[in-house]
Every structure is written in C-alpha cells, then in structure tokens.
Write a protein that binds this ligand. Structure first.
Ligand code: ADP
Ligand code: MN
Ligand code: MN
Ligand code: MN
Length: 358
C-alpha cells in the first residue's frame, strides 16, 4: 500500500531552529508483523509502525533553510524516529537528522551527539501563547484584558481562550503515542501548558519537537500562531517557560539530602553554561518576578517557585528520593541542547558522588 511519510527536520536558523517538513509517498507492506520484523512496533490503534531503519534517506534544498549555499544545496534527511500521524489517513511522522551531502552530521544537527540513557527521566512543561493578528487570544484589539488572577487553570469564556486547539493537540499527541501527562491554562489569558514525560534525554527531546510540530500544524486551521517568545507581553504578564523536571536511578532509589544538595550546587556552578542553552530572550523573562529567579542569580529551595531550581515537596517527604525541577529554561529552548546540558551536569555530579561514597 502507499503511505504518507511526513519527513520532519530542524532548519539552520539561529538562535533557535524552526521545524520544516515535506511529504514522501512510500510503498509499504503493513502485513509484515513485528513478530517477523522485530524492530517494528504496534501503535495504539493496532497499526504496524515501520522502523526508521527501513525508511529511505531523502534530500532537500538546504539553501532555502540556511543549511547550504545555492551552488551546493543538497542536504540529506536521515530518519531517526517514526510515529503515527493521527491526522492523516495511512500516514506516519518521520523525525529526521540532517546530514551534509558528504555524509557527515550537519552543523545544525544538535541531536547527533546526544547520548541516550533511559534511567534519566525528563518531564518537560511546555508553556506557549496562542496569538492571532499579533495578539494573544483573549486580548482585546486595543489595550489589555483584566489583570492576571483568574486565568490560571481557569474556566469560562472570559478566562480562557483557545481551548479547542489545546484539546485537539492533546488528543492527537496521545494517538501519536507521545506521552503528554497533563495540560493546563496558564497565568496569562491565551497562554497554555502541556507536560510531556519521557525516559532518556534523546527521546524526551524528540518527543517535544514532535509535539511542537503537531501543535503548529493544528493551529494552521484556526489561523492562530504558536508563540514561544519567553516574554511576549511587557509588564505584569507572565512569560513562558519550559521547566525541566529530571531524575536518575540514583535520585529515585538512593536519594539523600546530600545528593540533592550536591546536584543543586553543581547546577549553580554551571549556571552560565545552562543559561546559554536555555533559550534566547530569557533575560526578559527571568527577572525575579512572575515566579522566576533573576537570570544573574542561582538559588534552590524546597517548594520555592521563585528559585532557579525547586525541590518538589514530594522529594522531601519521600525521604529525599525523587526529582528536581529546573525552572530556568525558556519556552523557546531547543530541547536537544536542554536535555543534553542537564544530562551532562547531572552525570558529572553523580560520578563524583559515587566516587566519594566508595
Ligand atoms: P508544576 O506545574 O507544579 O511545576 P507539573 O505537574 O506541571 O508541575 O509538571 C511536573 C512534571 O514532572 C511532569 O511532567 C511529570 O511527568 C514530571 N515528573 C514527575 N516525576 C518525575 C521524575 N521522577 N523524574 C522526572 N520527571 C518527573
Ligand atoms: Mn506545570
Ligand atoms: Mn506552568
Ligand atoms: Mn513547573
């Protein structure tokens, strides 16, 4: 049968890349069952998903995506992950890495060097603002809506805007097999959040890009834009973050106040290196107001939503076992750089902690 493959990749724009995609029609034998083809998996709807290894590479015009010069424009798309595309008949979404024509990972390919290790768990809280005609949904055409207060987790037509899109996105992500664990209306009207959980820094980042892809594609039909600017509206209006909750075997199973303090201290040591990959324009958001710590300051604290890192109260009551929440990342951060950086600092402190213990 013929199936539609949507090849998805990240372009060469800086400081943050954009998602791009194009459709390839591919001849597929869906009757080859995973029992005969062990790497194939079965989707929630019973469909058999091809593996990324059996899909062909493809090329695109890198001169149109800031990834090549016009006189030598071919770049290569190498499939790395395949999921269901619930919004099209007989279709799959194919996340790709970009390679240069000579076969080496392209300089814009931040995924290639990312290590995957499934004992490292990530819960990403993606905040975003839905806008139309350059204004957040729910904002009047002139001026401002009522001050913040009743919008967070609010209901009612004067308190929320864009719920149809949020619901559709939630449903589509679940059908695609992306592990969204919750959604909520945020502090500013038109601002929303979803939480995505995954095991392994690479999988967590892949899933977040795919969930962003689906969100942007859904909003096309509503003539609405997904805005990931960290501080879109000046003044007493919340910015948008990408809180990263993380844990490891050691944090979940061994734990201890000392371990958690060491991790937080180490994250403080590398504050600048983290901020460097936590999204552009984050200085406008991390002001010390609106549930943030200042960008030039690092603090951590139990239940403290004004700290850089929050120790969830459950970690404390669970005998210092559990996870931490780094609240610094901005909504527009590249999740490959984000989970990669957290993984690097965390594994660094864990290595020294294990050495001390022995
Ligand atoms: P809040 O808004 O209070 O900061 P949320 O409920 O929005 O919290 O997000 C919490 C996130 O933490 C969820 O994505 C959840 O999956 C994640 N999480 C929970 N336990 C762990 C853990 N052990 N390791 C990593 N992430 C976790
Ligand atoms: Mn949240
Ligand atoms: Mn939030
Ligand atoms: Mn949070």
């Amino acid at each position: 049968m013929k199936v539609k493959l949507e090849y998805i990749w990240l372009d060469g724009y800086t400081p943050e890349p954009n998602l791009r995609s194009k459709t390839k029609i591919w001849e597929y034998d869906p009757l080859i069952h995973p029992s005969m083809h062990p790497k194939r998996t079965i989707a929630a709807n019973g469909r058999i998903i091809p593996t990324h290894e059996e899909l062909p590479t493809w090329s695109f015009d890198g001169s149109s995506t800031k990834q090549a010069e016009g006189n030598d424009s071919d770049c290569i798309l190498k499939p790395v992950r395949v999921i269901m595309d619930p919004q099209r008949l007989d279709a799959f979404l194919v996340l790709c890495e970009v390679y240069s024509a000579s076969g080496v990972p392209h300089s814009s390919n931040k995924r290639h060097d990312l290590i995957d290790d499934e004992q490292y768990w990530f819960g990403l809280e993606q905040e975003y603002i839905l806008t139309a005609n350059g204004k957040p949904l729910g904002f009047p055409s002139e001026g401002y809506p009522a001050p913040q207060g009743e919008y967070y987790c609010g209901i009612g037509s004067t308190n929320v805007a864009g719920r149809d899109i949020v619901e559709e996105h939630l449903q589509v992500c679940l059908e695609a097999g992306l592990n969204i664990t919750g959604v909520n209306a945020e502090v500013m009207i038109g601002q929303w959040e979803y939480q995505l959980f995954a095991e392994g820094p690479k999988k967590a980042a892949d899933d977040l890009w795919l969930s962003r892809y689906l969100l942007s594609r859904i909003t096309e039909r509503y003539e609405v834009k997904v805005d990931l600017t960290p501080k879109l509206v000046d003044g007493d209006w919340n910015g948008s973050g990408l809180h990263i909750n993380f844990s490891s075997d050691l944090m979940r199973e061994v734990g201890g106040k000392e371990l958690f303090s060491s991790i937080c201290e180490e994250f403080g040591e590398y504050h600048d290196a983290h901020i460097a990959v936590y999204g552009s324009g984050n200085d406008k958001r991390l002001t010390g107001e609106h549930e943030t710590q200042r960008i030039d300051k690092f603090t951590y604290g139990i239940s403290d939503r004004g700290a850089s890192i929050r120790v969830p109260v459950s970690t404390l009551t669970n005998d210092w076992k559990g996870y931490l929440e780094d609240r610094r990342p901005a909504s527009n951060a590249d999740p490959y750089l984000l989970t990669g950086r957290v993984f690097e600092t965390l594994t660094h402190v864990e290595r020294s902690f294990r050495t001390i213990e022995v």
